[in-house]
Write a protein that binds this ligand. Sequence first.
Ligand code: SMG
Ligand code: MG
Length: 369
Amino acid sequence: MRLDLLRVHRIAMPLVRPFRTSFGTETERDVILVEAVTSEGIHGWGECATMSWPGYSSEYSEGALDVMRHHLVPALAGTSMDPLETQAALAPVRGHFMAKSAVLTAMLDAWLRGRDESLGTYLGAVRAQVDCGVSVGIPSSMSDLIDEVDSYVDAGYRRIKLKMEPGWDLEPVRVIRERYPDIALQTDANQAYTRSDIPLLAKFDDLNLLLIEQPLPEEDWYGHVLVSRACATPICMDESILTVESADSAIALGAASIINIKPGRVGGYLHAKAIHDRCLELGAPVWCGGMLETGIGRAANIALAALPGFTLPGDTSASNRYFAQDITEPFVLDDGRLSVPTGPGIGVDPLPDVLARLTVSVEELRVDA
Ligand code: SMG
Ligand code: MG
């Protein structure tokens, strides 16, 4: 089996509510779906985790498209569909992990469909359902926060994550902790603090949080060591972790004790599994992050979250947390959990009519033999 072409679909997905973080607000997901078409006519799908602008990290959708067109697709010339071989073919291109992940996942999905094997089985999933958390954006008022959290608790989510930034941190988290004394609760700063905020971060110790995620800029490794020393609350890294070695460094240096694994951020599911495997060896818990994925990216993330080291609930929420209409059959919460797809590959397909309705543009990238 050979790769014939990659079809890149650009889709506009309105979010059910704006999602504000310390770096900006998303109102619509600018989604790139990569469709791999093989010489045998098998179609595989991968979703790019980029947003339309480089606020979460340096990657963004136009940049991902550019690197796919000019660097990734040309690098695939002559390779087989074997996942290790395709991953190796893209390795000479530095960075651009989200673009690589989308391409590699589409190819992996096609390859697995050809073998009639599910992604979960291939990765080593050990459970049929995964515990789900939900990430709550920075709202415009405390009462909006309370209403949103109430709705998620009522829906059965097993963990609540509150986005925070300077000026919206200790007080809202305390309000939610007092309202829900026993709920699993954590925060995510998306790099919004500096070393001078360490005394403030230490005050979260009173609030019995699972973790504080990425308090400082992604490059500030020693700063995270200082935060970890000052706080009893476990520190988790998201943006800083790009490779197995960075995860290993985070744990060894004491910069973090928990790792958020996002397949897009680390260059695909094989790298994500490798980080999981290393953290499992080290005894460091991991959990599956989210990038407001459609059902395509979500299906694959849920398969990953079923690996044994994913012991904390992920940002793997139900479709209706994000979209009125998902691009696949919706993922529906069942007692705070989502089921791992069991069909071949990622186990889901885009609904053709929905895809057609939401598509902004389609581009075919041919792979030279
Ligand atoms: O997919 O539920 C989701 C979003 C989870 O909070 C989430 N992601 O830093 O962890 C993170 C953010 C990045 C979102 S970029 C808009
Ligand atoms: Mg995060």
